[in-house]
Design a binder for this molecule. Structure first.
Ligand code: AMP
Ligand code: ZN
Length: 114
């Protein structure tokens, strides 16, 4: 997607602090961290939101959770715990239209909604 900021990060047209990368998935530090550790884990395939997933994406989404665990382990937070959030659509508070998983950790996270 030409004007997608995350696609630009994938293509290295925009810099990011990348902490993990493979053929299908990339993870980088959020530019406005909401916790001491705030990493975005995203598919390289441009999927606009969680609502746009198809059956073809099921394996990819499973792999994203494996990568989230690997990143959490590398960041040293696997034991203490972490939170994974996907904002979807307007009411969900999604601002960037490329599916992304927020990995938040490094402090006791408050304000549980559910
Ligand atoms: P969301 O509100 O779920 O769409 O989250 C979008 C997230 O992307 C926010 O937490 C932003 O701080 C983050 N973000 C936006 N642009 C960049 C960027 N260039 N590099 C890293 N994170 C970004
Ligand atoms: Zn994109």
């Amino acid at each position: 997607m030409e004007d997608c900021i995350f696609c630009k990060i994938i293509k290295k047209e925009v810099p990011a602090d990348v902490v993990y990368e493979d053929d299908e998935i990339i993870a980088f530090k959020d530019i406005q961290p909401a916790a001491p550790i705030h990493i975005l884990v995203i598919p390289k395939k441009h999927i606009a939101s969680l609502a746009q997933l198809t059956k073809d994406d099921e394996t990819l989404i499973g792999r994203i959770y494996t990568v989230i665990n690997e990143v959490a382990s590398k960041q040293g937070v696997k034991e203490r715990g972490y939170r994974v959030i996907v904002n979807c659509g307007e009411d969900g508070g999604q601002e960037v239209g490329h599916l992304h998983f927020h990995l938040l950790a490094g402090k006791k996270l408050g304000e549980k909604i559910v």
